[in-house]
Design a protein. Structure first.
Length: 70
């Protein structure tokens, strides 16, 4: 798995802070396992300790690309 991460830094109260984190995951799964991956990924945020720590403080956006291999 490869992950691209981008952050947005703003100064809403005159102090710089990270306001958004966007993660794009490049996932490779065996052929025939794509459906399982697509069911698991939407609930990822609920189980991710980083997302749970930042919840309410930083907007956390994640999406993914799934490729299958033989």
């Amino acid at each position: 798995m490869k992950t691209d991460v981008q952050g947005t830094i703003e100064a809403p109260e005159g102090v710089l802070k990270i306001t958004k984190i966007h993660c794009h995951y490049h996932i490779q799964v065996p052929r025939g396992k794509r459906d399982q991956a697509e069911r698991v990924l939407p609930v990822f945020e609920k189980k991710c300790p980083v997302a749970q720590t930042l919840k309410g403080c930083v907007e956390f956006i994640h999406d993914w690309t799934i490729d299958e291999y033989d």
